[in-house]
Write a protein that binds this ligand. Structure first.
Ligand code: GLU
Length: 321
């Protein structure tokens, strides 16, 4: 017998999470990207999108935040759609690094492989794999169109954030050229780095990200637009990437304490996916030492506990429709 979760329960969990977490202090905005350092640290919002397309939002869920590393998930999906699961494994990898998002050490430890598309090295490599090779305009178009399909509406580049990142991304530049030396960049390195920087600078709302997460939960069909986007067999692949490295060096601790495959970004957003039920996004700019939003973590943990959900549990749970 499976337990059914009603929409009202989801609604109440999201609102309670907001109330109980809104006064949490601690953490600081990403200080190494000037634009993000100046974002209002009191912003906070939670959006949940059920797999039948209902959206529940509370707080600043229509604020246009910098997507940052959450963009690594849509672009990994694009590579999976364009080249398939085996190519992603062979050309990038699907390993946890246990190290910070921009670690060069991780590349060396993995025998010169980028490890996973969900850390900087693998994400730059993923941008290099996006088709058509050698055509920056068409590659960018593919990245934006894929994200638009997943979210059900278009992201918008935050020019100031893009400028801010482009003039300070020296570590990512080193990573791109190191990977080039190891044969792990499959297009021009500068072009691949620029695509990565630009995708990180896209402005999106928590509500858009919740729809994107729900598309993964819904086996590749956008629950709001009804558009089928990728093969259902790819959803578990995406979730395994998110589970193993979504919180960087804190991924194991996070998974152990919440049972929620999730992906963070230094813009303050975190997306989480409960297969078959919903996608969720919480957003608040101040981050912990690994670059994960302090308040958004607390909010997602609250929702999972409140609903008694854990993707590793054998309890069958389905949405009451
Ligand atoms: N654009 C950021 C960087 O490359 C993304 C990091 C993140 O969100 O974890 O440093």
């Amino acid at each position: 017998m499976s337990r059914k979760v009603a929409l009202q329960e989801l609604e109440s969990a999201v609102h309670q999470a907001f109330e109980s977490c809104r006064h949490i202090e601690g953490g600081q905005n990403a200080h190494y990207i000037p634009y993000l350092a100046n974002v209002d640290p009191s912003l906070f919002g939670i959006s949940l999108c059920s797999t039948d397309g209902h959206i529940i939002s509370v707080g600043n869920t229509d604020y246009r935040l910098g997507i940052e590393s959450v963009s690594k998930v849509p672009t990994a999906i694009l590579v999976l759609r364009q080249l398939g699961a085996e190519a992603l494994l062979q050309k990038i990898g699907a390993d946890a690094t246990g190290l910070p998002f921009n670690s060069i050490f991780a590349i060396l430890l993995e025998n010169h492989r980028p490890s996973t598309p969900l850390v900087n090295a693998g994400a730059i490599s993923a941008c290099s794999l996006v088709q058509p090779t050698g055509n920056p305009e068409k590659k960018w178009q593919a990245i934006v169109e894929n994200m638009t399909d997943l979210m059900g509406s278009a992201p918008k580049l935050i020019d100031e954030l893009y400028r801010s990142e482009s003039t300070t991304n020296f570590e990512n530049r080193s990573i791109a050229w190191l990977l080039k030396d190891y044969g792990r960049i499959y297009d021009d390195p500068e072009l691949s780095l620029d695509l990565y920087t630009r995708q990180c600078s896209l402005g999106v709302t928590a509500e858009q990200l919740a729809v994107c997460a729900s598309t993964i939960a819904n086996d590749g069909t956008n629950p709001v637009t009804g558009k089928p986007l990728f093969d259902a067999a790819l959803s578990p692949k995406i979730l395994s990437l998110m589970a193993s490295v979504g919180f960087y060096q804190h991924s194991g601790d996070w998974l152990y304490s919440t049972g929620l495959p999730a992906k963070t970004g230094v813009g303050g957003a975190i997306i989480g996916v409960v297969p078959g039920l919903f996608g969720i996004c919480a957003f608040a700019p101040p981050l912990d030492d690994a670059g994960n939003s302090v308040k958004a973590q607390a909010a997602l943990r609250f929702v999972m506990e409140q609903l008694d959900l854990n993707v590793f549990s054998n309890a069958a749970v389905e949405l009451e429709r």
